[in-house]
Design a protein around this ligand. Structure first.
Ligand SMILES: Cc1cc2nc3c(=O)[nH]c(=O)nc-3n(C[C@H](O)[C@H](O)[C@H](O)COP(=O)(O)O)c2cc1C
Length: 185
C-alpha cells in the first residue's frame, strides 16, 4: 500500500439538506484509514466559457489545483431529468480545460448516485460515466451504487439509519480503496 490516498469528493447538489451530501459524509466516516476524503465545493464556479481560458477566473484555477492535488475522485450525485445536474457538468467541464491540461486525466474514480426515487439516479450515474470515459478516468465498476429511497435512509443528524445500507456503503468505499491501489497514477 502506498500510504494515505487523498480522495476529492465532488457532490452534484448545492441543496442545504442534500441527501447526496449526507451520503458523501457517510462514506467519509466508513472509509478505511488508507483514504482521506475531502469535499471539493463546486457551487462557486462561474459557468465554463472557453473565451476565459486565457485569463481564467480564480475559482476555476483553485478548483483545477484541488483536483490535480487529489489521488482519486469520488462523485456523489443526484439525477436531474434523468441526467447529471448542470452544476456538476459545469465542474467537469471547468476541470477538463484548457485543452491538454485536464485535471481529471488518469485519476481513479467512483460514482454513487442518490435519489428519493426508486431508480436511484441510474440515468445520472451512467451519463456521468460517459463523460469519465472521455476524461480517461478508470471508474470502479462493482459494486454499482444506485441509492434509491434516500428520503428514508438518514436520521435527523444526517447519519445512515440502517445497518444494511451501512454495510453496502462500506463495501462500496472499501472496493474503491482497492481500486485506487490498482489504478492510481
Ligand atoms: C430539476 C430537478 C430534476 C429532477 N429530476 C429527477 C430525476 O430525473 N430523477 C430522480 O430520481 N429525481 C429527480 N429529481 C429529484 C431529486 O432526486 C431530489 O430533489 C433529490 O433530493 C436531489 O438530491 P439532493 O437531496 O442531494 O439535493 C429532480 C429534482 C430537480 C430539482
Amino acid at each position: 500500500m502506498a500510504g494515505v490516498r487523498n480522495v476529492a469528493v465532488v457532490v452534484g447538489s448545492l441543496r442545504k439538506g442534500s441527501f447526496n451530501r449526507m451520503a458523501a459524509g457517510a462514506l467519509a466516516e466508513l472509509a478505511p484509514s488508507s483514504l482521506r476524503l475531502s469535499i471539493i465545493e463546486i457551487g462557486q464556479l462561474p459557468l465554463y466559457d472557453q473565451d476565459e481560458d486565457a485569463e481564467p477566473p480564480a475559482a476555476w484555477t483553485a478548483f483545477r489545483a484541488q483536483i490535480k492535488a487529489a489521488d482519486a475522485v469520488l462523485f456523489v450525485t443526484p439525477e436531474y431529468n434523468r441526467s447529471v445536474p448542470g452544476v456538476l457538468k459545469n465542474a467537469i467541464d471547468v476541470g477538463s480545460r484548457p485543452y491538454g491540461q485536464s485535471a481529471w486525466a488518469g485519476k481513479p474514480a467512483a460514482v454513487m448516485s442518490v435519489s428519493p426515487g426508486a431508480v436511484g439516479g441510474f440515468g445520472a450515474n451512467h451519463h456521468l460515466r460517459q463523460s469519465l470515459v472521455f476524461l480517461d478516468m478508470p471508474v470502479l465498476q462493482q459494486p454499482e451504487a444506485y441509492v434509491g429511497g434516500a428520503g428514508n435512509l438518514f436520521d435527523e443528524a444526517g447519519k445512515l439509519k440502517n445497518e444494511g445500507t451501512q454495510k453496502f456503503f462500506k463495501s462500496f468505499i472499501d472496493a474503491f480503496a482497492a481500486w485506487i491501489e490498482r489504478t492510481a497514477l
